[in-house]
Design a protein around this ligand. Structure first.
Ligand code: HEM
Length: 466
C-alpha cells in the first residue's frame, strides 16, 4: 500500500473508515495540537460503563470521552514519581528471586528460556507491586496465577476467535455480559483475578477506613485507592509528571467517583501490561545483551559504577544508569510491543488539506516508523548510541512511539521502565549471559498479530560473573 499510495492513505478496516499515516505533521496534529478531538481509541472490544461485573469492560484503554478522562486523571496520580518510589521494595524483592532462579540454571549449566524467565519475573513483580500478593511465579505451585494470565492474553488477542465474535456481535455480547456476570472473553481467568482483587480491595478498604497503617511497602491498589480518595477530596499534586498528567486536557468534573469495578479493571490491566508488554521488552533486552557481549560488558561496568553492590536499589540508582536506558530505548525501537496505535476523530476535521470524517480512525504504524531509515539509518542494526542525548536531539520525538504519544499515551511507561531496569541491574551485575547455540540471530523473526511476539522461543545460558 505504502509503495502505491505513499505515507498517508485511506481505506476501510472491518467497515470502519481508516486513515493510515506515517506523516509526522499529521501525527502531530492528531496526538498533540488537536488532541482534544482525538481522545478516543477504536478497539475490537468496547467499554461498557453500565457493566458492574466485568473487569475487562472497565479497563482504561477501552474507555471513551469523559468516562476515560475521569478514570485516567484519578489513576495517573498513582503513577507519579513520588508514588512509584513507594513500591520499589517490591521490585527489589522480585529481582532477588529472579537472581536466585538464574543461579540455579547457572550452577547446573542449563539453558534458560528467556520467555519463561522474564514472564515469571513480570508476574511475580506485578502480583506483589500491584495486588500486594506474596506470589512467587518461579514456583510451579503458583501455576494457576500464570495459567490464567496466559489464557487471558491469548483470548484478548485481536485475532482470537472470541474477540472476533465479540466484534461481529457487539450488542448481543454486551447485553449478555451486562445482565449476567459472565465474561465472554475469558470467563475463568476474569473470575480468578476478580476474586483476588476483591480480597485485596476489602483488606485495603478496611485499612483506609480504620486508619490502619500497614507495615512494609504499600501495593499499587492501595496507592490507587488512596489517590482516588485524595482526588475526591480535591487535593492535588504538582505538575512534575507532565508526561502522564497532560494538564492541557480539561476534565469536565474533577470530583467524580471511581467505582470499585473500575479500580479492579485498572489493576487487572496493569498486571497484564506488566506481563505482556513489559515482559516482551525484558525478554528482548536480555536476549540482545546475550548476543552483544561488548554492550553487556559496558552495561555491567555502568551498573557497578552507579549502584555498586547495593542489594536494595532505589529510584536514583536506576535513573543514574543512562547507558541502560539507551539500551532499553533501542530495544523498544526495534521490538515495540504495540506495533500500531490509533485515534478516532470526534467530528469532521480538515488536517493538512485532508478531510477526515467523524468516526474515522487514524492508524499510526509504530513499527514501520521505527524502521524508517530516514530517521534511523541502518535500522536493522541494534545501536544504543542512537540514544546519546546529542543524537536523540536531532530526531523528531514522534519518530519513537513505543508508549504512544500525547494525552492518551501509556500511563505505565515509567512503571515499565523501572521494572525492566530493576531486573537488568540485579542480574547483569551477577551473571554473564551467552546466547544458546541454537538461538536465532538478530533481528529475530517476529509476528505482529496483536502485540508483537517472537516466532521462536529464545534461550540463553548464564555464568556467574567473577
Ligand atoms: C514496555 C512496556 C509497555 C509498553 C511498550 C506499553 C505501550 C503502550 C501503548 C503503545 C499504549 C497506547 C498509547 C497510545 O495510544 O498513545 C499503552 C497504553 C496504556 N498502557 Fe502501556 N505499555 C507498557 C507497559 C505498561 C504498564 C506496565 C502499565 C501499567 C502498570 C501500562 C498501562 C497502560 C495504560 C493504563 C494504557 C491506556 C492509557 C489510556 O488509554 O489513557 N502500560 N501502553
Amino acid at each position: 500500500m505504502k509503495e502505491k499510495y505513499g505515507k498517508t492513505y485511506g481505506s476501510y478496516v472491518y467497515g470502519i473508515k481508516e486513515l493510515h499515516t506515517e506523516d509526522l505533521d499529521i501525527m502531530r496534529e492528531v496526538f498533540v495540537k488537536q488532541a482534544n478531538h482525538f481522545l478516543n481509541r477504536t478497539f475490537i472490544v468496547v467499554a461498557d460503563p453500565k457493566n458492574d461485573h466485568s473487569v475487562i469492560r472497565n479497563i482504561m484503554p477501552l474507555q471513551q470521552g469523559e468516562n476515560w478522562k475521569r478514570i485516567r486523571y484519578a489513576s495517573a496520580i498513582a503513577f507519579t514519581t513520588g508514588k512509584l518510589r513507594k513500591i520499589l521494595p517490591h521490585f527489589n524483592k522480585s529481582a532477588h528471586m529472579l537472581v536466585r532462579e538464574i543461579e540455579y540454571y547457572a550452577n547446573n549449566d542449563h539453558e534458560i528460556s528467556v520467555h519463561g524467565l522474564m514472564q515469571k519475573f513480570g508476574l511475580t513483580l506485578n502480583a506483589r507491586a500491584i495486588y500486594g500478593l506474596e506470589i512467587n511465579a518461579f514456583d510451579e505451585n503458583n501455576s494457576a496465577f500464570i495459567k490464567h494470565a496466559k489464557q487471558f492474553m491469548k483470548d484478548f488477542s485481536f485475532f482470537s476467535p472470541k474477540a472476533m465474535f465479540m466484534s461481529m456481535f457487539p450488542g448481543i455480547v454486551r447485553w449478555f455480559e451486562r445482565y449476567t456476570d459472565y465474561e465472554f472473553l475469558s470467563n475463568d481467568a476474569a473470575k480468578f483475578f476478580k476474586k483476588l482483587l476483591n480480597q485485596q480491595y476489602n483488606k485495603h478498604l478496611d485499612e483506609i477506613q480504620n486508619g490502619i497503617v500497614t507495615e512494609g511497602a504499600p501495593d499499587f491498589m492501595q496507592i490507587l485507592m488512596e489517590a482516588i480518595e485524595e482526588e475526591n477530596k480535591g487535593q492535588y499534586i504538582s505538575q512534575d509528571d507532565e508526561d502522564i498528567m497532560h494538564s492541557n486536557i480539561k476534565i469536565a468534573s474533577k470530583k467524580q467517583h471511581v467505582r470499585k469495578i473500575e479500580i479492579f479493571g485498572q489493576c487487572f490491566q496493569f498486571l497484564l501490561s506488566g506481563f505482556d508488554s513489559t515482559g516482551l521488552t525484558s525478554i528482548m533486552t536480555l536476549y540482545i545483551l546475550a548476543k552483544h557481549p561488548e554492550i553487556q560488558t559496558k552495561l555491567r561496568e555502568e551498573i557497578f559504577h552507579v549502584c555498586g553492590d547495593k542489594e536494595e536499589l532505589d529510584y536514583e540508582d536506576l535513573r543514574g544508569c543512562h547507558y541502560m536506558y539507551q539500551i532499553i530505548c533501542e530495544t523498544l525501537r526495534m521490538y515495540p510491543p504495540a506495533v500500531r496505535t490509533n485515534r478516532e476523530a470526534d467530528s469532521e476535521l480538515v488536517i493538512n488539506g485532508i478531510r477526515i470524517p467523524k468516526g474515522c480512525q487514524i492508524a499510526v504504524p509504530i513499527y514501520l516508523i521505527h524502521y524508517d531509515d530516514k530517521y534511523y539509518p541502518n535500522p536493522q542494526k541494534f545501536d544504543p548510541d542512537r540514544w546519546l542525548p546529542e543524537e536523540k536531539a536531532k530526531r523528531d520525538p514522534l519518530t519513537w512511539l513505543p508508549f504512544g504519544y500525547g494525552p492518551r499515551n501509556c500511563l505505565g511507561l515509567r512503571f515499565a521502565e523501572l521494572q525492566i531496569m530493576m531486573g537488568l541491574a540485579h542480574i547483569i551485575r551477577k551473571f554473564e549471559f551467552i546466547a544458546a547455540e541454537t538461538s536465532p540471530d538478530l533481528p529475530v523473526d517476529i509476528s505482529s498479530k496483536g502485540t508483537l511476539k517472537t516466532i521462536t522461543e529464545l534461550f540463553v545460558k548464564a555464568r556467574l560473573h567473577n
